[in-house]
Write a protein that binds this ligand. Structure first.
Ligand SMILES: Nc1ncnc2c1ncn2[C@@H]1O[C@H](COP(=O)(O)OP(=O)(O)O)[C@@H](O)[C@H]1O
Ligand SMILES: [Mg+2]
Length: 328
């Protein structure tokens, strides 16, 4: 990648939700990340770790309590209404459940056309052409343009959601669990479609998934999130082949393998994450960690560079090897 200035830069984002009972859900705790033009970052971690909350702040659908989100160097929080409206054109979202995000009363073509009307892009004839072009791009047939969401399959509905997200020619797409609600058999098709469109349209992508098993093909880099923090970040192949954080190693161990003979000898992930209301002292992963030491119970490990381009938040990073031992 030649252009290294970030398209998107989130810095020290914090988002806490009051529960109404005087307690606080620590959804996002000091997260920084950046995405370069054309780059795909996968954000992975178990349900409830704060991925969607982070995605919503990046989309300016929710405001951080602390920290900033900059799009092409401009702080979203400092934008006026008009500027924010036009910035939203460059960042679009794809959701997990297309049926919930697509208006059931509208036909496929009306759904894709709406953002073009909203942003007054092109003449009415150009809008019509662009809608048909986009539907074809995502693999829907011309006769499906008049169909309503409930007349399409789950995979086709997600294709429609993608066409709608592409309508305004965004620079960045935040895809929040875009294949999690789909049949396993069609997940790869939708991921391949996203890869092709990203390359062709030079899009950046934040690909959010609770399943680390689906991101290897699509992402350049992976950020692993645990209880509101990024605990490991690096290039996809490096993180997957040689995780430095025991949580990443545990997540990888939990991915089902096609052949049982490929069993790896890492510590499996046990139990559930603690509540984000009462965070453990020290390292939040400590209660589930197979290699925790005393230090981990009272000191939060910072997300620190271990080698260039690689960050890990573990007191024992670099000291132990979490690499596969039985894998050839
Ligand atoms: N609007 C909200 N009000 C209160 N709690 C919320 C709200 N949104 C998310 N949370 C809580 O914040 C935590 C992180 O949620 P979320 O970002 O949806 O995680 P993920 O997408 O990783 O599953 C969860 O404990 C969730 O219940
Ligand atoms: Mg989510």
């Amino acid at each position: 990648m030649t252009d290294t200035s970030p398209l998107l830069a989130a810095e020290n984002l914090v988002r806490h939700f009051p529960t109404g009972k005087g307690q606080i859900v620590h959804a996002v705790n000091d997260v920084s990340l950046s995405i370069a033009p054309g780059e795909t970052l996968a954000l992975v971690g178990e349900s409830g770790c704060g991925k969607s909350t982070l995605g919503r702040m990046i989309m300016a659908l929710d405001r951080p309590d602390k920290g900033s989100v900059r799009l092409l160097g401009k702080d979203l929080a400092r934008m006026g209404r008009r500027e924010l409206h036009s910035a939203r054109r460059s960042v679009q979202m794809i959701f997990q459940d297309p049926s919930a995000s697509l208006d059931p009363r509208w036909s496929a073509e009306a759904i894709v056309r709406e953002p073009l009307d909203n942003y007054r892009i092109g003449t009415p004839a150009e809008r019509r052409d662009r809608v048909l072009y986009l539907l074809e791009k995502v693999g829907l047939r011309p006769d499906q343009a008049k169909r309503f969401p409930h007349e399409l399959s789950g995979g086709q509905r997600q294709r429609l959601g993608i066409a709608r997200a592409l309508a305004t020619r965004p620079r960045l797409i935040v895809a929040d669990e875009p294949v999690s609600a789909l049949d396993v058999s069609i997940r790869a098709q939708v991921i391949n479609l996203l890869c092709d469109l990203r390359d062709e349209m030079e899009l950046s992508l934040l690909f959010i998934s609770h399943d680390i098993g689906v991101v290897s093909h699509i992402s350049d880099r992976i950020a692993v999130m645990y209880l509101g923090r990024i605990v490991e970040e690096g290039e996809t192949a490096t993180v997957l082949n040689a995780p430095q954080h025991p949580y990443t190693a545990g997540l990888l161990e939990s991915v089902p393998r096609p052949r049982p003979s490929q069993r790896r000898q890492r510590a499996p992930l046990e139990g559930d994450p603690p509540s984000p209301i009462t965070l453990p002292s020290g390292c939040a992963f400590r209660p589930r960690c197979p290699i925790a030491v005393d230090l981990c119970s009272h000191s939060v490990p910072p997300l620190a560079a271990t080698v260039p381009g690689r960050r890990t938040a573990c007191h024992r990073a670099g000291e132990t090897t979490l690499q596969e031992t039985s894998h050839v």
